[in-house]
Design a protein around this ligand. Structure first.
Ligand code: FES
Ligand SMILES: [Fe+2]
Length: 456
């Protein structure tokens, strides 16, 4: 497994210094300005681990990865590693992967099935629920131990939404539904297409990118403006049907939420008559049971099924078309992406490709291949994005940029700046815009980020 830890911890923070810096950001954000420093600063990053990742809700995997009792996978929340396990009662637990005897990393395999976890150091043993179960020479060595107090540290909240597993490390966290806000309505539509639902197609891929995790989050939330520019080669080599239609000038719009989540929605992406209104091929769409949804959700799906978005802070969703190779017909694929922070200037991109249980095996294989060609570790779009994001942490840690307060520009779509307005006729949850020629979702993301970062 890729090493996930860096020596940047909250204790290293110079108390007060970072807080006064963070307090100074708000007025600039209202004008579409954010200091470059927030993308390359160790103190800001350490504060994020405390106030964003240890406080909100984090995506840790999909239920189909751990279908049986005893199944487990190792997953990060912030920079900490957890065991996500289905215990012997079938309950999903999220357990810190550190033995409470001396803190040793407990589970060394990145996935598997087990009846218990045994520490390699002194062989303390824990149940899959995390409870303390025993130790060598127990009757002589631990006559008086209070077993209930010495279980593994567990995330206090774990919830699922249509197979997506979320955990919160915050005992006082709001319920997941409240955290998701209006985004929940759209997740219900996108991930509840039929009773059999979605399944992971193999393990998530992981690769490390030399950039700040927020660059991926704010890109996926709706940076349409870069698509025809940076990803032009996708059309040139024939793996993306119409690059302009995927950009800010196409039939796209933004949707964003005060909770910091957002999406880009696309209509009319694909050539008729092969495609159903949901964006899927007609034979695949025939397996959907859209009457399970509210009529308005069905209406939404049949208008804007193709989308990418971010759930604050670091979960990405994409359902878009691509071709596995030049000339192949485009296939709709669905991926979940999680941007695991590794210090301020690196993150690990986790990439789950999902298939429809109701689809023929070949369709899922084609979607898998198309997804890899576009957004996999060597995907054409992925390479484009990850290379350009590398510059920002350098600007963020530069003494020159810090002293001169170099700001990054988020002014696209501010009032009067572009053809971009709030759509007052939008019928469904969230704030929708008339085009995608703006950065309202990014500003909402950073407003949420700043709220969390300035609440101690
Ligand atoms: S450190 Fe785990 S049993 Fe001692
Ligand atoms: Fe991109």
């Amino acid at each position: 497994m890729v090493s996930t830890l860096k020596n940047v911890r909250p204790a290293a923070r110079a108390a007060g210094t970072v807080d006064s810096f963070l307090e100074s950001i708000g007025p600039g954000l209202d004008k579409g300005e954010l200091p470059a420093r927030i993308f390359g600063d160790a103190e800001v990053h350490a504060t994020e681990l405390d106030r964003v990742f240890a406080r909100g809700w984090a995506f840790v995997g999909h239920e189909t990865e751990i279908p049986k009792k005893g199944d487990y996978v190792l997953r990060p929340i912030g920079e900490d590693q957890f065991i996500v396990v289905r215990d012997e009662d079938g309950v999903i637990r999220v357990l810190l992967n550190n033995c409470v005897h001396r803190g040793v990393t407990l589970c060394r395999a990145e996935k598997g099935n087990t009846s218990h976890f045994r520490c390699p150091y002194h062989s303390w043993v824990y149940k899959t629920s995390g409870e303390w179960m025993g130790a060598p020479l127990r009757k002589r060595a631990y006559k008086e131990i209070d077993a209930k107090s010495w279980g593994l540290k567990a995330a206090p909240h774990v919830e699922t939404v249509h197979g997506l597993i979320f955990a919160s490390l915050n005992p006082d966290a709001v319920p997941l539904d409240d955290y998701l806000g209006g985004m929940r309505w759209y997740l219900d539509a996108l991930f509840n297409l039929n009773e059999s639902g979605l399944t992971v197609l193999g393990d998530p891929q992981r690769w490390k990118i030399s950039a700040n995790w927020k660059s991926a989050a704010e890109n996926n939330i709706g940076d349409a403006y870069h698509v025809p520019s940076l990803h032009r080669s996708g059309e040139d080599i024939g793996i993306f049907p119409d690059i302009e239609s995927g950009g800010a000038g196409g039939a796209c719009r933004h949707l964003y939420f005060d909770e910091g989540h957002g999406m880009i929605l696309s209509e009319g992406f694909l050539p008729e008559p092969m495609w159903h209104k949901t964006g899927f091929p007609k034979d695949i769409a025939a397996t959907f049971q859209l009457d399970r949804l509210k009529p308005e959700q069905k209406d939404f799906l049949e208008s804007y099924a193709l989308t990418a978005g971010t759930i604050f802070p670091n979960l990405g969703i994409a359902r878009v078309p691509a071709s596995a190779y030049a000339g192949a017909p485009p296939v709709i694929f669905t991926v979940l992406r999680m941007w695991q922070p590794c210090g301020p200037d690196a993150f690990i991109n986790w990439n789950w490709i999902l298939g429809l249980k109701s689809a023929p095996e070949q369709y899922n294989k084609d979607a898998y291949a198309a997804s890899l060609a576009m957004l996999g570790p060597a995907g054409v779009f992925e390479q484009d994005d990850s290379v350009v994001w590398e510059g920002l942490p350098a600007a963020g840690r530069s003494a020159f940029s810090r002293n001169r307060r170099m700001n990054i520009n988020y002014q696209l779509g501010l009032e009067g700046m572009s053809e971009y307005e709030i759509d007052s006729k939008w019928k469904w949850p969230g704030h929708a815009t008339t085009t995608a020629l703006g950065e309202a979702p990014q500003r909402a993301f950073y407003r949420r980020w700043l709220r969390d970062m300035t609440t101690s």
